[in-house]
Design a protein around this ligand. Sequence first.
Ligand SMILES: C[S@@+](CC[C@H](N)C(=O)[O-])C[C@H]1O[C@@H](n2cnc3c(N)ncnc32)[C@H](O)[C@@H]1O
Length: 269
Amino acid sequence: MNLDVLRCPDCRGQLNPRATTLICANCGAAWPLREAIPVMYREPWVKGPDKLLRYFYDGVPRLHDPLVRYGLPLWQVGGTEDEIRQGYLRRLRLDALQPSAEPPRFLEVSVGSGASIGLVRNAAAAVPDMEYWGFDLSWGMMSLARERIRKSLQRPVSWVQGDAHALPFADDTFDRVLHVGGIGGFRDPALALAEMCRVAKPGAPIVVVDEQLDPNRPNGWWPRMWFRAVTFYDDRPHCPTEALPPGVTDVLEEQLSRFYYGLSFRAPA
Ligand SMILES: C[S@@+](CC[C@H](N)C(=O)[O-])C[C@H]1O[C@@H](n2cnc3c(N)ncnc32)[C@H](O)[C@@H]1O
């Protein structure tokens, strides 16, 4: 793991490895390593819906993938997982990445069980040395992602456990940032979006995907009932364009399926 990229979430100081911890060179905070993965958050930060949903993600992580693959098309009446994932992948503009002396860096905030990793790597085939950073709050979900990468013999991923509201990365670090499926349950989506912009390089494409019931098609009782059920923790599931920080450009809001929006933009220059 490239430690130059990591920062103390308390003060953004640089980190030095010491036995089973990372020590902040600035404030002295200690961040533990669990199975060699930096744990970069403190438990009191996890509140509200973040905490509630973590019971699901840590408790029954193996339910997530079958529900998305087989449940979602039934509930939203069409629109498969593959169609949704292809819909946001193209907005990442991975084909624009060129081989260079310094490998590009890709950050997936809330990597979950890692369903996007192989798709992103395939779409970025021109840069096989791209560093992939997988970040998530749930140890259970990240364990599934690690298992997926091990079994499919994909290139290694740099894993970090933490909270999207305090990304433990240096400013202007990533060439692409992706987030799928969590922001509607975050306690402060505007802060999470500002953090994604902070760690992205100026002008880097950022893509955020989550639930919004398509306002431009007729939605009968069946999809409306299921949409309410799968977004029970959010009183107004919607595309958070209004929460974007100042200075972002090329903002595009689109509906990827009946239940999912895609919000793409570039980090402030
Ligand atoms: C619906 S899953 C989506 C997983 C994956 N991105 C995908 O496309 O399948 C949402 C993920 O968001 C993560 N998450 C929830 N709150 C978070 C937070 N505050 N910081 C980072 N990740 C969080 C959960 O642990 C979970 O893995």
